[in-house]
Design a protein around this ligand. Structure first.
Ligand SMILES: [Zn+2]
Length: 397
């Protein structure tokens, strides 16, 4: 049994605890949080930390397989430039370099306090790492393709990849890349095959996506034509992106929309009305990196949206750290409390992944891992540039 005290313990469910002790069994199971007066009886050895203790973080959007791209891209060039560059660079990466980069990124991510990750995959580059690691991964096999004639080949490849992950007892589901990058037939096939499974989609990372659905024009349309010169031109739906594609999917499937940088009230109204369990994933550092723009986070709060946090990939971020994402949100939205931000970073992500009975809060019986956050302003609970986080007790699923 371990007895851990800190300046502040944030259990996520319930208030922040001061002058308290977190009691954890040797296998990581939370026994409870007690005041020092309540711990009577034999002399306990209490280990004290300066800072905050909170449960392990859940990263709901990552692309570990893009870890090779760390430091390659210049910032603020926009999504269109980013997508073209990614395609060019991808061809020149060796398998060995890729593997090493994935291992290093995963190891740093775990050390920084992340205990579960929803990770996008286009290939099997991360399979080996995930099959050997105790970290909880849900792999989203991402598909895209606007040409209806290639639907069967694309889907077959995705189904084989999914089977490869499932055969190693790893959770996986097949998901659409973005609202604008799939043919109707491919959307239908994903929806039909993945009933009841977790879904995610890149959503409204910039205005190009809204434009594409409005009238079929703009950079998305140009990319579609360049990748598929033989398919007919598209004239849009005149509707917003999710309204244009959501009805392929069962409204009761969990749907995680990622980025939402230019989402507005009408987008939120549609998604919240159509899906019974929508989640909104924020990746602020990637948004600043690519588009120099952030979502209207207060709009999601006013609408009582279920918010989670993601790091995106090292192609568009300097580090895979949930703490660094929280720092950025606190910098631009200082009125949002650390307690609320930590809830998005832990319990909300665990709920989306369906592992909230084990992870996400210091509730008795869970094994969520313990993170130590150091160098913070304890009076205001504001993070500082020098604030750090590290996992001191691993999660155990
Ligand atoms: Zn992404």
């Amino acid at each position: 049994m371990l007895f851990l005290s800190a300046d502040c313990i944030i259990p996520i469910e319930g208030q922040a605890c001061f002058n308290s002790v977190l009691v954890v069994e040797d296998d990581g199971t939370i026994e409870g949080i007690y005041t020092k007066n309540e711990l009577t009886g034999p002399l306990y050895e209490i280990i004290h930390y300066n800072g905050i203790l909170c449960p392990g973080f859940v990263n709901t959007h990552c692309h570990l397989e893009l870890s090779w791209a760390k430091g390659l891209f210049s910032e603020g060039e926009g999504l269109d430039y980013f997508i073209w560059q990614l395609g060019k660079f991808r061809k020149s990466v060796s398998e060995a370099y890729n593997r090493k980069a994935i291992e290093k990124a995963a190891s740093e991510m775990i050390q920084s306090g992340i205990v579960a990750t929803a990770d996008i995959a286009n290939g099997d580059h991360t399979l080996d790492l995930k099959s050997k690691n105790t970290h909880y991964f849900h792999t989203f096999i991402e598909v895209f393709g606007s040409d209806p004639s290639s639907v069967d080949a694309i889907f077959e490849k995705a189904a084989q990849l999914k089977a490869g992950f499932n055969n190693q007892s790893l959770a996986a589901s097949i998901v659409p890349h973005a609202t604008y990058s799939l043919s109707d037939e491919l959307f239908r096939l994903i929806a039909k095959s993945g009933k009841g499974e977790l879904l995610t989609i890149h959503h409204q990372e910039n205005e190009d996506e809204n434009r594409f659905y409005k009238d079929g024009r703009g950079p998305v349309s140009a990319r579609r034509k360049a990748f598929n010169p033989d398919i007919p031109a598209y004239s849009g739906t005149g509707k917003r992106p999710m309204e244009s594609i959501a009805t392929y999917f069962d409204p009761d499937q969990k749907m995680l929309l990622v980025h939402n940088t230019v989402s507005q009230q009408e987008d939120i109204d549609f998604v919240q009305g159509y899906f019974s369990q929508p989640y909104w994933c924020l990746c602020p550092n990637a948004n600043l990196f690519i588009e120099k723009q952030l979502p209207d986070i207060d709009l999601f709060r006013r609408n009582n949206c279920q918010i989670t946090i993601g790091t995106d990939s090292l192609a568009s971020n300097h580090t895979l750290s949930i703490l660094e994402e929280i720092k950025t949100i606190q910098k631009y939205f200082p009125h949002i409390s650390l307690l609320e931000l930590l809830k998005w970073s832990t319990l909300k992500g665990a709920e989306f992944l369906g592992v909230e009975n084990k992870l996400g809060s210091f509730e008795k019986g869970k094994k969520p891992g313990v993170v130590l956050i150091e160098n913070i302003d304890l009076k205001t609970l504001q993070l500082k540039p020098e604030t750090t986080s590290r996992l001191i007790i691993p999660a155990n699923l």
